[in-house]
Design a protein around this ligand. Structure first.
Ligand code: FES
Length: 163
């Protein structure tokens, strides 16, 4: 696959407050280098991440999405939020394919508050992966004159995956 040299991917990172966000903070405090292509959104738990948030990110032009939370099986501060996230992401990866978005653009990772180095490595990996894939294919269809932009029916999906 051709890698676009000047392509700067836009990655949205949904990080749980207690583990992954603290891990990102540790990476910063420890001055561990990682690409600046990630925009972080702090959530209280990975189980709080509605699949609609991820679809909305892709619809608004994100080239990749990272979801990170506390390690399985028992680190989640809300008991089973990480299990919920795991189930939802697995289903969402299949849904993304239907909209022509490569599932590799979405990554789920467990990162503890002590794993600043793992956070940095994960960001490097997702940026490399997304660089290889190129820009979000939704962006192209939305720019072609006369071609209807792909519409993601977020509301009905929301109902389906909220469980
Ligand atoms: S509190 Fe971190 S995944 Fe639930």
């Amino acid at each position: 696959m051709k890698v676009e040299e000047d392509f700067q991917p836009k990655i949205i990172g949904f990080l749980c407050n207690w583990c992954a966000y603290a891990g990102a903070d540790l990476a910063g405090v420890s001055r561990i280098q990682y690409p600046p292509d990630i925009r972080i959104i702090r959530v209280m738990c990975s189980g709080r991440i509605d699949p609609a948030f991820i679809l909305e990110a892709f619809r608004n032009g994100a080239d990749g999405v990272l979801v990170a939370g506390c390690h399985l099986p028992s680190d989640c501060h809300y008991v089973d939020g990480n299990f919920k996230a795991q189930r939802r992401i697995a289903i969402l990866k299949r849904i993304l394919k239907e909209f022509g978005i490569e599932p590799e653009r979405l990554r789920l990772e467990w990162i503890s508050a002590a794993e600043g180095d793992k956070f940095a490595a994960t960001v490097r990996e997702i940026v490399d992966q997304v660089r290889k894939l190129g820009p979000n294919p939704l962006k192209k269809t939305q720019k072609v004159p006369g071609q209807k932009p792909i519409k993601i029916p977020i509301r009905p999906l929301q109902e389906t995956y909220r469980k």
